[in-house]
Write a protein of this length. Structure first.
Length: 224
């Protein structure tokens, strides 16, 4: 279990990297270059993950720049809510998704959600887990905090960059090591097996697919 002061500091380091300057070049640096040439998971795969799982009642957690929200095919009359600890990210993502008039919440998803909010049919946590401190088992508390916000038969989906036995190039390992040293990533102990164990523990059914060193995943909630 986390100690609050340690979590607060580690989370602060991770989210503090998303300055206005970084967000300005994020799409080029991460989605165009790193995804394609370093992580070996071109961004089109993540857009497809969104398109395959989005509903018209959606919560996006860890919003980045809102690139996927801008480029995926939302159903008509969508209720969209954005949640992130970083105000800069929320502002940029809200602008990119402005046609949907999203509501926004500033919140650390490692903490219980303290406010009332109507539940969703889909929730996305894209490229979030590898930025959170601790092991996959520690980080999976985010599922526990989000599941009460998910309607029965709803889906939580996302992606994360793994280590362990996942094949990766020397460049990918060096970049991961650098990001971990700066507190931007915290995925040195993140493995496919641990992620699967925690999905299986919480969801009636789940799917996982590895592309490059990125794992795309989804879990279906079923209380019956």
């Amino acid at each position: 279990m986390f100690k609050n002061k340690e979590v607060d500091e580690d989370v602060r380091k991770g989210q503090a990297a998303y300055t206005k300057a970084l967000l300005f070049i994020y799409d080029l640096l991460v989605l165009k270059i790193s995804n394609t040439y370093i992580w070996k998971c071109p961004t089109k795969n993540l857009i497809k993950l969104y398109d395959d799982n989005l509903t018209n009642n959606h919560l996006d957690v860890g919003v980045g720049t809102g690139y996927y929200l801008k480029h995926c095919d939302f159903p008509k009359d969508t209720r969209l809510v954005l949640m992130d600890l970083n105000k800069n990210s929320l502002n940029v993502a809200s602008e990119n998704a402005k046609e949907l008039k999203p509501a926004t919440f500033i919140h650390n998803i490692l903490e219980p959600i303290p406010f009332q909010i109507n539940p969703f049919d889909s929730i996305s946590i894209n490229y979030l887990l590898h930025c959170l401190p601790g092991t996959i088992s520690d980080k999976s508390i985010v599922f526990d905090h989000l599941l009460p916000l998910l309607n029965n038969n709803g889906v939580i989906f996302g992606s994360t960059i793994l280590q362990g036995d996942i094949p990766r190039t020397r460049k990918a390992q060096k970049l991961m090591d650098f990001y971990n040293s700066k507190g931007i990533f915290s995925n040195t102990k993140d493995t496919y097996e641990d992620l699967e164990k925690n999905l299986k523990k919480r969801f009636a059914s789940y799917e996982m697919k590895v592309i490059g060193c990125v794992c795309l995943f989804k879990g279906i909630k079923n209380n019956l």
